[in-house]
Design a protein around this ligand. Sequence first.
Ligand code: DQA
Length: 145
Amino acid sequence: MKKILVLHGPNLNMLGEREVDVYGNIKLEEINRQLKTFGQDHGFIIEACQSNSEGDLVTMIQKAKGSFDALVINPAAFTHTSIAIRDALSAIDIPIVEVHLSNIYQREEFRQRSLTAPIAKGIISGFGVNSYLLGVRAAIEQISR
Ligand code: DQA
């Protein structure tokens, strides 16, 4: 079965407790549960990981090469700062979809720039948990092309 890696960046482990007005009440475990069910229903294995560390995320992205058929990533705050994560994304040759719970273009100016988006096939931003589900859907479509 084809495999999709979903990576969650820093502070996303606090979902449901953190800025609920922006990110909603949903917890990360619930997002991952919905993604795995969605994957199963479409014949894909979804693996999900979260890290608060830039280096760990770089290593996980590097390891995705050869082990996964696509990557869905919410780099969280590293979206706006991390050349290291951008370079890691450039180094793997599987389709990448960037997702954000909030609409980053509606928020503070510093969030309106994504260093990672140019490396992704596309980005989905602003639909809460559905950003992830749409992201996995886009990844499946990319794999099946
Ligand atoms: C986020 C948006 C980022 O600006 C922020 O740093 C996050 C979450 C989102 O999913 O909306 O942590 O990536």
